[in-house]
Design a protein around this ligand. Structure first.
Ligand SMILES: Nc1ncnc2c1ncn2[C@@H]1O[C@H](COP(=O)(O)OP(=O)(O)O)[C@@H](O)[C@H]1O
Ligand SMILES: Cc1ncc(COP(=O)(O)O)c(N)n1
Length: 268
């Protein structure tokens, strides 16, 4: 039986994340993939501009995918306004199944301008409906409304615990490399207080765009296939690591390139 997954996300024409990355990950994992577009990210010369889709269009797309029987998992990526957060939350209220929320509050490619009230909207409406959220440290700081960056494993653990409490959901925190340049650290916390640390050797690369989206999409894919949260997180981390190792340059003129979410299909 084919498993079906939905991503509610923005478009990035350069495939450095966004729904292009999600759909590539889902297809690679052998799933039938569906999408609802929230906006279009325009990335040029180190600047990111996002054109949000209207609320009416967002609602129409959600009504359209509502015709599909049952998704096996849903991923939520970039949202651009409090209204979009509320519309997507209203849709998810009627959904029973795993929901992965990647709170896209920052881009590697440049700063995002966020509507005031976005953090409150995430905290009050969307995150309590999530099975798990997947912020990086910058996004975690925004959600906790703090300027203090965790700089050790101990402070990262306290930070992660506070985030779980704030979101009232499980957490996959992309800590980065606060202690050791040779290692990337991710922390997994489930709602029952079980936690794990995932460490990966640091890949030296300038082709890292899309790593966060790939991670959350791969996690969504694993949950759709029925994997438990911990093992889904572990497999998603391994999948992403290989996508980073297989990253590619876009052009000699662009300093940074993308990860390759469809790396398992390279030899086919
Ligand atoms: N250079 C790297 N080497 C190894 N793993 C990395 C590297 N960069 C990111 N990762 C891993 O990729 C995943 C996505 O993380 P990250 O790039 O921080 O997300 P985001 O795009 O949201 O900032 C995490 O599992 C992180 O540990
Ligand atoms: C529409 C959209 N959403 C999110 C990202 C961030 O991607 P990442 O955090 O994986 O680098 C992106 N580049 N485009």
């Amino acid at each position: 039986m084919v498993k079906k997954v939905l991503t509610i996300a923005g478009s990035d024409s350069l495939s450095g994340g966004g729904l292009q990355d999600d759909l590539a990950t889902f297809a690679t994992e052998g799933l039938a993939a569906f999408s609802v577009i929230t906006g279009i990210a325009l990335i040029k010369e180190g600047e990111v501009r996002v054109e949000a889709l209207s609320s009416a269009l967002l609602k129409e797309q959600l009504a359209s995918v509502d015709q599909v029987d049952q998704f096996d998992a849903i991923k939520v990526g970039m949202l651009q306004s409090v209204e979009q957060v509320v519309i997507v939350s209203d849709y998810l209220k009627n959904y029973i199944g795993p929901v992965v929320v990647d709170p896209v509050l920052s881009f590697k490619e440049g700063e995002l301008s966020l509507e005031p009230g976005m953090v409150d909207a995430y905290v009050n409406y969307l995150l309590p409906l999530a099975t798990i959220m997947t912020p990086n440290v910058k996004e975690g700081m925004a959600l906790l409304e703090t300027t203090e960056k965790p700089r050790s494993k101990t402070t990262a653990l306290t930070f992660a615990k506070a985030l779980c409490q704030r979101g009232r959901c499980s957490l996959y925190l992309k800590v980065g490399n606060p202690v050791n340049d040779e290692e990337y650290l991710d922390l997994f916390f489930d709602e029952n207080g079980h936690r794990s640390a995932f460490r990966h050797h640091a890949v030296t690369t300038t082709n890292g765009h899309g790593s966060g989206c790939t991670l959350s999409a791969a996690l969504t894919a694993q949950l759709a296939k029925g994997e438990n949260l911990h093992d889904a997180a572990m497999k998603a981390a391994d999948f992403t690591q290989k996508a980073i190792e297989n990253g590619y340059s876009l052009s000699a003129g662009l300093p940074e390139g993308n990860v390759l979410p469809n790396w398992p299909l390279l030899d086919k």
